[in-house]
Write a protein of this length. Sequence first.
Length: 477
Amino acid sequence: MTKHEMPAKAERQQGDNRPQPVCGLRDWLDHLSVRDRLAVIKPNVDLKFEVAAYAKRLDGQRATLFPRPSGHAIPVVSGIVSDRLWIAEAMGVEPGEMLARFQDAANNPMPWVEVNSAPVQQIVHRDIDLARLLPLPTHNEHDGGRYIAAGIMVVRNPKTGKQNVSIHRCQLTGPNRLGVLVLPRHTFAFHRMAEEAGQPLDAAIVVGVDPLTLLASQAIVPIDHDELEIAGALQRRALPVVKCKTSEIRVPAEAEIVIEGRFLPDVREPEGPFGEFPQTYGTRADREVMEVVAVTHRKDAIFHTIVGGGLEHLVLGAIPKEATLLTHLRRNFPNVVDVHLSPGGAMRFHLFVKIRKTQEGQGKNVILGAFAGSFDLKHVIVVDEDVDIHNPQEVEWALATRFQADRDLVIVPESQGSKLDPSNRDGVGAKMGMDATKPLAAEEMRFKRIRVPGEENIDVAEVLKRSNIDWRKALKS
Ligand code: MN
């Protein structure tokens, strides 16, 4: 393997004038700061609840940076991607191009490049007391303890050596011990392979990466697709990685902090509860255990945390899921224009689909297609092209004026859903689809939305300047 010096920025082809993606966490914090979206909170805020309280109150409006939280030398940052429009900016695309850009990167990964020395290994600790080394916060009221919530977990397939990258909630359960929720996906598969061989599984938790690497970790791609290569594709450069100090795992060289360790075979210990994306608690139960053997970090490291159930948690999962669902639906329905996982549906359970309807009955086929695309989906609403699916009030309006329950409703009982939906029975529940498209044959005026000609040309800012002048005087002049 050839080793390179650290490439500085995204490599740009000559004549490429597209806006460039933002590649590093620090560059991203600069990007937010100059746009007045980074609030620096007073020093010494408490890691227990107070960090999360500030982050939650400013969720979606400002990222929050906490100097010396509970007196800790390492600052905490939160809420760095709590708005989908910010993700489009990080990608360097228009909001309407975001899903297509993500899918393109997922389909065309870019191999990483290994570097010899990395900022993330400036400091190396081998005597591990995580609570002393890192500012680990407690977020929601009944969380089981301190958590690493924004770490990307990198593991390797014990057979092929291919890496997997995903985010897991990791609870501090001892000085060098973490309880980790490992849902049955790729990390789970590698863990069980190692366990069957009686071996520990090496793992690295990387904290403090850029928005695009976070997003790439959520890509829905087959096993043995290294999500760091998707991060590279999103960044339009070969992602610089460095080998861990204690394993063969390669981690982003420009990250802030890496926690190196291994999952112990045949060990399960209690983890949880933890405030999750549906705004309810994930339960406490026996979970996989990671033993930490080293921590490396930058000299002036920053610790990133994601408040469970906050917008950052929701948005990061939603964009890759929307991109995958859009691609999935378009395979059968090329007239699907756009999809959106709405905030009110925890950005997992409710899908709004915009179609250019060409056949009567098509709305229901699209509903069934969507449910086939993701078992997490619970309610799907299909609307026409004139409805803004990013505005829940507009979708509700479409239901109010274009939907009849006896004719346009689809219910599928006893199907697989999310185990984190507290209203179903351990992941088994009902699906509901609502076709809120108007009939193709309807006479034009019947469903036509009213509008006032010229309304869109009024300069509201200009009008508001005159809203507090003396109206009596104004009428006389
Ligand atoms: Mn994967």
